[in-house]
Design a protein around this ligand. Structure first.
Ligand code: ADP
Ligand code: MG
Length: 211
């Protein structure tokens, strides 16, 4: 059984909860190597998403919900991360458009298109100390899990685990994109806030699929 609209809505509800719970942590991370607004930006965006979920039509597909997330994040999050996460959800939603239930391969298609959207918009490469350093390991782990015939919740769990490791692995890096790149060596030892919020969102996706 694939992941339907109930999962997509549960994912966004859990995302709003987890982002709100970790708001202070994201603010601290962004204060260390940016301007300190990432926690507020994400909390504002996902609160707005939560407020719009009930407005989805009864026959909405997961792709419809994910597209609503995209437009909401683009208009409410601001900063560098708003357009980047917005593009991720927009491109990801297009990759699964019209499907009532997402299979493991659809989950991989969603994550791949989301990551590719961020890269085409922000031009970050692996190792630049950005959210891409969480997204790309997540895509790779999801593809490997789907290739082994794992279930949708297992594919999302693999993605979330890899994103968490990827976020932790940004700590020793020098940033080459975004505000943190102005700091040079001083960014070393700090975790990238956008990689951390990516890990939170993918954990929310996995938790919502497992329950
Ligand atoms: P701002 O930097 O404008 O204050 P946020 O604090 O909301 O925006 O988001 C910062 C995060 O955005 C960074 O931690 C990083 O993960 C991500 N980011 C910044 N620039 C890029 C980029 N060019 N490509 C990918 N991610 C980026
Ligand atoms: Mg910031």
């Amino acid at each position: 059984m694939g992941l339907g609209i109930a999962w997509a809505k549960a994912w966004m509800t859990e995302s709003a909860r987890i982002v709100s719970e970790h708001r202070g942590e994201l603010i601290t991370l962004d204060r260390e190597i940016g301007d300190g607004d990432h926690g507020e930006n994400m909390d504002r965006g996902f609160s707005a998403v939560l407020g719009k979920l009930d407005g989805l039509p009864a026959d909405a597909s997961p792709g419809d919900a994910l597209k609503l997330v995209a437009t909401t994040l683009i208009s409410t999050v601001g900063g560098a991360s708003g357009p980047l996460f917005g593009t991720a959800f927009l491109k990801g939603s297009q990759a699964v458009a019209g499907k009532e239930e997402l299979t493991a391969d659809d989950v991989v298609a969603f994550l791949t298109a989301a990551r590719d959207g961020i890269v085409s918009r922000g031009k970050a490469e692996t190792g630049d100390k950005t959210m891409i350093d969480a997204w790309t390991p997540a895509v790779d782990a999801a593809a490997a899990a789907a290739g082994e015939g794992r279930s949708e919740p297992e594919v999302l769990e693999a993605a979330a685990d890899a994103a968490e490791r990827g976020a932790a692995d940004t700590e020793p890096l020098v940033a080459r994109k975004g505000r943190a790149s102005y700091l040079g060596e001083r960014a070393v030892g700090h975790r990238d806030p956008g990689a951390q919020s990516t890990a939170l969102l993918l954990r929310a996706a996995a938790v919502s699929a497992a329950s």
